[in-house]
Design a protein around this ligand. Structure first.
Ligand code: MD3
Ligand code: FE
Length: 186
């Protein structure tokens, strides 16, 4: 479900991203095959998403420095919970927020999110910064995807069958795009 403009206080969210990335800097993770991802990433919360030659997983400590990930701001948790309620997926208590940063040349190829334990929990995503086009494939990674142009403040909630769908993101429209994805991973 697309909640257009649901995140009204994007200034606060952007400021929180600055705080988090000062403690846990954005970095290019490598795929298990050794290729650097074009978006840079960091996380906050009780664990953080990570990828290297050992595979895709959630880590309780930031492998870059051995410290806990920055705490999830209460504004983040409240936004994710409110979006899940508004979309009809019920109470949602994420334990992590993966933060993706797309420079003008960065994009994300088609994939599905499968590293979380409980697929009955939704994922909430929030766009900040420069608009970009999101591609929705659904159950199979083929055919022509549905295109959705995401603006800052737009919130998407993925639950039920859509939770396992294939999706991708095109390059942002000439500036930096930040995306927050809230997950219950553990
Ligand atoms: C549909 N991020 O972090 S957000 C990701 O714009 C990711 O940074 C993109 O895909 C981004 O995994 C897309 C929309 C999104 C996020 C997670 C989903 C859609 C999803 C999980 C399941 C289904
Ligand atoms: Fe994804």
């Amino acid at each position: 479900m697309l909640l257009h403009g649901f995140a009204a206080t994007t200034q606060q969210l952007n400021a929180a991203v600055e705080m988090i990335s000062a403690a846990a800097p954005f970095r290019h993770l490598k795929t298990p095959g050794g290729r650097p991802m074009s978006a840079t990433m960091t996380s906050c919360g009780r664990c953080g998403w990570y990828s290297d030659s050992q595979g895709y997983r959630y880590e309780r400590l930031d492998p870059a420095n051995g410290r806990a990930w920055p705490a999830m701001p209460s504004t983040f948790a409240a936004l994710a919970h409110g979006a899940s309620m508004a979309a009809g997926f019920g109470p949602f208590e994420p334990d992590t927020c993966l933060i993706n940063r797309y420079a003008p040349s960065a994009q994300m190829g088609a994939h599905r999110d499968a590293d979380e334990r409980d697929f009955s929990q939704p994922i909430v995503s929030v766009t900040l910064g420069t608009p970009a086009t999101f591609l929705w494939y659904g159950a199979a990674r083929r055919g022509s995807p549905v295109k959705i142009r995401l603006l800052p403040g737009d919130v998407l909630v993925w639950g039920g069958a859509a939770r396992k769908g294939y999706h991708a993101v095109q390059k942002p429209e000439g500036g930096v795009r930040i995306n927050l994805t809230f997950r219950k991973a553990l």
